[in-house]
Ligand binder design. Structure first.
Ligand code: UD1
Length: 416
């Protein structure tokens, strides 16, 4: 188990280049299975999650080559994948994203039930409901789910909740279905739109990605595509908060500001100024951070993946802020650790009330999941005295070369 030791108080500034989006890369790497030809992906972040997804498609028969650190060259498999191979490879929660492409291509998929961040139950019932409507037969055993079909049929699917993963998985499967599949109450996240961009580049016909109704007209075959992944909006948001909490100027390169609207709006409300400069954003901090209220929602609402990090900022803001988490039922894992650092937070169900305090104190704390871990790094930078953050492998699942990027902007951080 690795740990970060952070000594706050150093001068922070300069620029950070934001990596490709983890959450766009995962469904896109899975979708490459749909093609009969080679696909080339640029701007893939090097993270344990993307490596695990590459292992998974390799087990499914693809050959994957990494070039220039961030480019993947994926060639289709010539073998039919076997269950034993697939189970071995699947170490990530997003392994469920393989179901759609596998089912459409091979008429079969088997995966262990999802692991990953422990943020609530995270079921996959919406995915399974959609595949059933497409004609798949589902069998659930001890710790795994197996799906089979002779062929998938076009259908109309209404999602009870605009699940990002279910929208992506069903969109992927629909690309090889003869006829028109419609997904209603679909997720509208930028990562869904990016996946649609990749599928379109492979030859699929997709209409309405980014709205709540997506229509997919499947093709017999999908072909070659070369595609560049969007920048990671959550990594960008996290660095904005690092600048805000340390009252530093920071320039972020390779960002799409449109994807960050809800985060920028809340930072502005807290008194922090963000200026745009053609593909870059500059954070101009303020001396006194104002408390704000946050309610997480599906896109374009405030992202649940930025909730924990905002709570750290609000722990040192002027006044009282309220955070309501509506997307996941158990996503306040950072709170006991922030309290150990002196934060004043009370939780009642899915609501947290944060009373800002002048300064937090450095402490030994544990990262319990990816974004909770990032929140602790932000809190450590706002604290007086050293902090040690344990279990940083959670953080490194989602932030590429995090320690190196933090050091490059002046953070005194050591990995132990
Ligand atoms: C994705 C992101 C994750 C982000 C989340 C919400 C990836 C790899 N991960 O996760 O970082 O926090 O979107 O923006 O892209 N649900 C069900 N049944 C289902 C599916 C989901 O009840 O079949 C529930 C979940 O438990 C959760 C909510 O729906 O409460 C949202 O989940 P979903 O949008 O599916 O998130 P993920 O795709 O898992």
């Amino acid at each position: 188990m690795a740990a970060y030791k952070i000594t706050p108080g150093t001068k922070i500034g300069g620029e950070v280049r934001i990596s490709g989006s983890k959450n766009a890369s995962l469904p896109i790497i899975a979708a490459s299975l749909l093609s009969d030809r080679q696909t080339v992906l640029h701007n893939i972040p090097r993270l344990s999650d993307t490596e695990n997804m590459c292992d998974l498609i390799t087990s499914a028969g693809s050959s994957v080559k990494l070039e220039n650190e961030h480019d993947l060259i994926i060639s289709p498999g010539s073998i039919t994948p076997k269950a034993s191979h697939m189970e071995q490879a699947s170490k990530l929660r997003a392994s469920f994203l393989i179901i759609g492409p596998m089912l459409a291509k091979y008429g079969w998929a088997k995966i262990p039930l999802p692991g990953g961040c422990r943020i609530g139950a995270r079921p996959i019932d919406l995915h399974l409901k959609g595949f059933t409507a497409m004609g798949a037969k589902i069998r659930q055993g001890h710790g795994y789910v197996e799906l089979k079909c002779d062929r998938l049929n076009p259908t109309r699917i209404y999602l009870d909740f605009p699940s990002v993963g279910a929208t992506e998985n069903l969109m992927n499967a629909a690309c090889l279905i003869d006829g028109e599949t419609v997904i209603e109450n679909a997720a509208t996240e930028p990562e869904v739109v990016d996946l649609a961009g990749f599928l379109t580049a492979m030859g699929a016909d997709i209409y309405g990605a980014g709205t709540d109704t997506v229509r997919i007209i499947g093709k017999k075959r999908l072909g070659h595509a070369e595609y560049t992944i969007i920048p990671d909006r959550i990594e960008a948001g996290t660095f904005m908060l690092i600048a805000a909490v340390t009252k530093s100027n920071l320039r972020l390169e390779n960002v799409i500001s449109d994807h960050l609207k809800p985060v920028i709006a809340k930072l502005n409300e807290a008194g922090i100024c963000i200026t745009e400069c053609g593909g870059c954003l500059e954070v101009i901090p303020c001396e006194r951070i104002k408390a704000v209220d946050i309610k997480t929602l599906p896109y374009p609402g405030f992202p649940t993946d930025m909730q924990a990090q905002f709570m750290s900022l609000m722990s040192v803001a002027d006044g009282t802020g309220v955070v309501v988490e509506t997307v996941f039922e158990n996503r306040f894992m950072q709170v006991p650790e922030l309290i150990r650092m002196g934060a004043k937070i009370k939780i009642d169900g899915r609501t947290a009330v944060i009373d800002g305090t002048k300064r937090l104190s450095g402490a030994k704390v544990k990262a319990t999941d990816l974004r909770a871990g990032a929140a602790l790094v932000i809190a450590a930078l706002a604290a007086q005295g050293d902090s040690e953050i344990e279990n940083t492998e959670h953080i490194e699942r989602g932030y590429e070369r995090f320690e190196e990027k933090l050091s490059s902007i002046g953070v005194n951080i050591k990995k132990e």
